[in-house]
Design a protein around this ligand. Structure first.
Ligand SMILES: NC(=O)c1ccc[n+]([C@@H]2O[C@H](COP(=O)([O-])OP(=O)(O)OC[C@H]3O[C@@H](n4cnc5c(N)ncnc54)[C@H](OP(=O)(O)O)[C@@H]3O)[C@@H](O)[C@H]2O)c1
Length: 342
């Protein structure tokens, strides 16, 4: 575990603004059925915002420029949150770089062009911590952007996201619109993807320990040494941060969203195994690559503005596992779960 980062300088606080969301505003959440988008949608509903707009990809393919323009022109939202993207784990990013680059560029360019053209007054673009250089100094400050080479397994995705940040900055510069970008750390929570090839490490481990419990397996093998350190943010905390940023942040610079706390993959696995109630042995396959030894965001800028997460990793994993077991028939697993084939 690490200690919380120190508070920001007074220069960071100068980006504080007051743009309270109001219930009469129409808010378009692009990607409202995804992990991040659905959490943000729930958070808005809980806060009493009823004028929400979203469209599933089967109805509106955001790669289609004309369809996106028509949709935004017809809806005329006041606020847009860009949480639609082609997202995946290391395997998917490594296998399908062409789609990760092309789909993401098209989705965000279409949405942001439409927003600018049809009078969207406030926009938040969601990037990712993978925009930062592979060997960035830890914890990673926003200023590390474009200071070194990217992790090659997801560079196509990262370059698309960096282009999105630049589009936000260019729109601000040229048109004076208060659009912003936020860079979340690894997310998890209700609505996550538990597929074997497309999932991230935390949902992948929930699924594997759950399967191990169902099958009575006494050992689970985890890729790598278990020593790399990673940071995880529950999507309900992300959603609260996004509401906060829309109301209080106004700067061309992207802002990191995370907990400021990291754990080793072994600690993560032990926490999940304990929550799932599986009591077998963890084996670490050190012939598999570890990736970057540590990846932790410097969240001092966001904390300095006054936002902090509310869920511990254990509480967050418990809520996610509860959701997973209650939604086994609809959860995102394309390849079938042991004991519950699709
Ligand atoms: N997951 C993470 O750990 C993480 C970490 C940092 C940043 N982020 C960022 O957060 C954002 C959302 O990620 P997520 O994890 O919520 O992803 P997700 O669960 O896969 O959701 C992605 C959403 O995008 C929509 N979408 C994808 N392609 C589309 C298309 N062609 N047309 C219309 N909609 C499309 C999907 O719509 P349908 O469901 O209708 O198909 C889905 O709702 C991304 O920008 C990602 O970079 C995620």
């Amino acid at each position: 575990m690490t200690t919380m980062p120190s508070p920001p300088s007074s220069a960071d606080l100068s980006v504080q603004t007051d743009r309270r969301l109001t219930p009469d505003q129409k808010i378009y959440v692009a990607g409202h059925r995804g992990l991040a988008g659905s959490a943000f949608w729930r958070a808005l509903q809980q806060r009493g915002f009823g004028n929400l707009v979203g469209a599933p990809s089967a109805e509106l393919d955001l790669r289609d420029r004309a369809a996106t323009m028509d949709f935004v022109s017809a809806q005329r939202p006041d606020v847009m949150v860009v949480a639609a993207a082609k997202v995946g784990g290391i395997l998917a990013n490594d296998r399908y770089p062409a789609e990760f680059l092309s789909d993401n560029l098209r989705i965000q360019v279409n949405l942001m062009d439409a927003a600018r053209e049809f009078g969207v007054g406030r926009l938040l673009f969601l990037g990712s911590s993978c925009i930062y250089p592979k060997f960035a100094e830890q914890p990673i400050a926003e200023s590390a952007l474009l200071t070194g080479a990217l992790e090659p397994t997801n560079d196509a995705y990262a370059i698309a996201k960096i282009a999105g940040i630049l589009q936000v900055q260019s729109i601000r510069k040229q048109y004076g619109l208060p659009y912003i970008s936020a860079m979340p750390t690894n997310l998890y929570g209700p609505g996550d993807n538990f597929d074997a090839t497309n999932s991230h490490v935390l949902p992948a481990l929930i699924r594997r320990f759950h399967e191990a419990r169902l099958t009575g397996a006494d050992q689970v093998t985890i890729w790598g040494s278990g020593t790399p350190r990673r940071e995880f943010l529950h999507v309900d905390d992300l959603a609260s941060a996004l509401v906060f940023l829309l109301e209080h942040y106004d700067s061309p610079e992207p802002i990191n969203v995370g907990t400021g706390i990291d754990v080793t993959i072994r600690e993560l696995a032990e926490t999940i195994a304990d929550v799932v109630g599986w009591e077998g042995r963890l084996a670490f396959d050190t012939s598999k690559p570890d990736g970057t030894p540590r990846k932790l965001l410097d969240v001092s800028r966001l904390r300095g503005l006054g936002w902090a997460p509310s869920l511990s990793l254990r509480d967050g994993v418990e809520s996610t596992y509860r959701w997973f077991t209650r939604n086994l028939d609809t959860v995102r697993i394309e390849d079938g779960l042991v004991g519950l084939p699709r």
